[in-house]
Design a protein around this ligand. Structure first.
Ligand code: FMN
Length: 177
């Protein structure tokens, strides 16, 4: 059985993609891992645009390069664009809370499942929150009433060096009672 903690520790934002193309079947496996993610009332409030066409990959990369940031995306081999969709909650719950209340968390899990599957396949990913929303929307034909949640760049990492994780110590945020 794979050691999940080891996988979680190996995943890191990849900012040094190699020029090696990513096999389509690996991309499909990443999609499958995301598809299996849990969600509130199993509402699965997501859709995904997978960008593999080289011309479009180049344009998506450029749309993430704002204020001199995200230069590394020029070498990304593909992109996943995660879109928030309307959530349909159980009627009883929907009466109590806004129907999108769990959607952001659901989408986070969706994105992380995808990234961890990529990691297990030897790929590197980088979650990208900075991008030109109108440009991306137009380029990928994403409807005006849909919110782009996150972009994920993917490729083989140039190096397999794992950086030290910078994280708060557990005792600063956890209480065992
Ligand atoms: C919502 C979100 C948005 C992010 N946006 C960017 C981004 O635009 N560019 C980038 O290089 N990294 C981005 N990151 C990566 C974070 O900087 C990174 O996850 C964090 O520093 C922890 O490092 P690690 O992923 O290597 O463990 C983003 C991560 C998340 C979760």
């Amino acid at each position: 059985m794979a050691d999940f903690l080891e996988l979680a520790g190996r995943r890191q934002s990849c900012r040094n993609f190699a020029s090696k193309p990513v096999e389509h079947d690996k991309i499909v496996k990443c999609v499958e891992a995301a598809r299996l993610a849990p969600s509130g009332c199993n509402s699965q409030p997501w859709s995904l645009v997978v960008v593999e066409n080289p011309d479009k990959v180049k344009e998506v990369a450029e749309s993430t390069q704002l204020m001199g940031l995200n230069a590394h995306n020029s070498k990304a081999q593909a992109f996943f664009v995660v879109v928030e969709e309307p959530a349909v909650l159980m009627k009883k719950i929907g009466q109590l809370v806004d129907s999108q209340i769990f959607a952001q968390g659901d989408l986070g899990g969706f994105a992380l499942s995808l990234c961890l599957e990529a990691e297990s396949l030897g790929l590197g990913t980088c979650i990208i929150g900075l991008y030109d929303r109108p440009r991306l929307r137009e380029l990928l034909g994403i409807a005006e009433d849909r919110k782009i949640f996150i972009v994920i760049s993917v490729g083989y990492p140039e190096s397999d060096k794992i950086r030290e994780k910078i994280r708060k110590p557990a005792d600063s945020f956890v209480r065992y009672v």
